[in-house]
Write a protein that binds this ligand. Structure first.
Ligand SMILES: [Mg+2]
Length: 377
């Protein structure tokens, strides 16, 4: 019933990237002194000092029993004997900024790129490697090394004939690993696994399958599709059967980013525009990212974060879209000057702590000099 893809024609090579214990690792990179200690990133609900849940824990904390989703109070109880434990609130803006830079790096390594979440992405390298898995692994390793060199962050890499198998491979290689599932290894890999390990199967489905005496992926793969459809409905029944057979035709969908931004913390809180120098690397980075993604920006914006953490922004639309460092810096400077000329800074809380630049409203560049690394290979 399951038609396997024709290997000669349909063989794909997909790379999955997953940044390790991402939020907690970002905090370790920002403050290396906490590395080796239990680090727990918390989503505080604000009701009481302790109310809220654990978002991400590093492996030191995980090995002590702290898990994502756990109440903060419970995590504290588990860590009470570890006086060196570090509990931190989420700094989403920082995690997004680091993620944006990493995703831009990943994007340049393949022909199709899909960001699945803040710390996960898929890359289709079929054409680039002619579906040669050895070459796909080399690309995966290159990406891993490049992310570490640029951001000091470790990630895990999975390579497979489709997104599902790449995802299964990356999950098995965590942390800081790289794993390949070759097309003819799919069954050996999947068959012995408990069904709950198959990506997308939750505890409810697992329980229902148990009722059908199906506990391993291999048993699910050879189960009668008609029986599965009766139990789960046609759509899910067929999907389960296909997944258990390692079949996934879901394409890597290259979605263009709608905007790019970079933010930086100023050395001193500002009440006047005296920080053009700190904007230069931000502008350089944005210009590079526009160029590699073949985009021109029609709107330049500035972001300002006050000492009491209010976020303000101003945007200007351009007559002629650009990717030029000089243009972006010029426009951003004008907007900053006009902001500081208009606002009142008597109250210290209105002083500016962090500033950023955002480019958006993209149009495609036709300049042959713009392009991704892929075009030159
Ligand atoms: Mg991750």
């Amino acid at each position: 019933m399951i038609s396997n893809p024709d290997p000669a024609k349909d063989q794909r090579a997909i790379v999955a990237i997953d940044l390790d214990y991402y939020y907690a690792q970002c905090e370790e990179v920002r403050n290396p002194a906490i590395k080796g200690k239990p680090v727990v990133i918390c989503v505080f609900s604000g009701r009481t000092v302790e109310s809220g849940a654990v978002s991400t824990a590093n492996y030191v904390a995980r090995n002590l029993g702290v898990k994502s989703g756990m109440p903060i109070a419970l995590a504290k109880k588990i860590l009470q004997k570890n006086s060196d434990s570090v509990l931190l609130p989420m700094d989403t803006e920082y995690y997004v900024e680091v993620s944006d830079r990493i995703m831009e790096t990943v994007r340049t390594h393949g022909e199709k790129f899909e960001q699945a979440s803040i710390d996960e992405a898929y890359l289709d390298v079929t054409a680039l490697t002619k579906a040669d898995f050895q070459r796909a692994v080399a690309i995966g390793r290159e990406i891993k090394n490049e992310i570490f060199a640029k951001e000091s962050l470790t990630c895990s890499v999975g390579i497979g004939p489709n997104k599902l198998m790449a995802k299964m491979a990356v999950d098995s290689s965590k942390p800081d690993g790289i794993m390949t599932i070759l097309p003819d290894e799919v069954k050996y890999f999947l068959n012995p696994l408990p069904v709950g390990k198959l990506f997308g199967i939750g505890p409810k489905t697992e329980e229902k399958l148990k009722g059908l005496s199906i506990t391993t992926v291999g048993e699910l793969a050879s189960a009668n599709v008609i029986v599965l459809s009766e139990q789960f409905g046609n759509k899910l029944g067929f999907t389960l059967s296909r997944m258990a057979n390692g079949v996934d035709t879901d394409p890597v969908v290259d979605r263009e980013p709608e905007q790019m931004s970079r933010i930086v913390t100023l050395k001193h809180d500002a009440e006047s525009f005296d920080f053009q120098e700190v904007l230069k690397p931000l502008v350089g980075d944005l210009s590079r990212r526009l160029t590699t993604s073949r985009n021109l920006s029609k709107a330049i914006g500035i972001i300002l974060i006050t000492t009491d953490l209010k976020i303000k922004s101003r945007t200007r639309t351009l007559d002629t879209p650009t990717n030029s460092e000089i243009d972006i810096l010029k426009v951003a400077t004008e907007i900053f000057e006009s902001y500081f000329g208009q606002e009142n800074f008597e109250d210290k809380s209105s002083h500016i702590r962090r500033v950023g630049i955002r480019v958006s409203s993209f149009v495609k560049s036709t300049d042959p000099k713009s392009g991704t690394l892929f075009d030159y290979l």
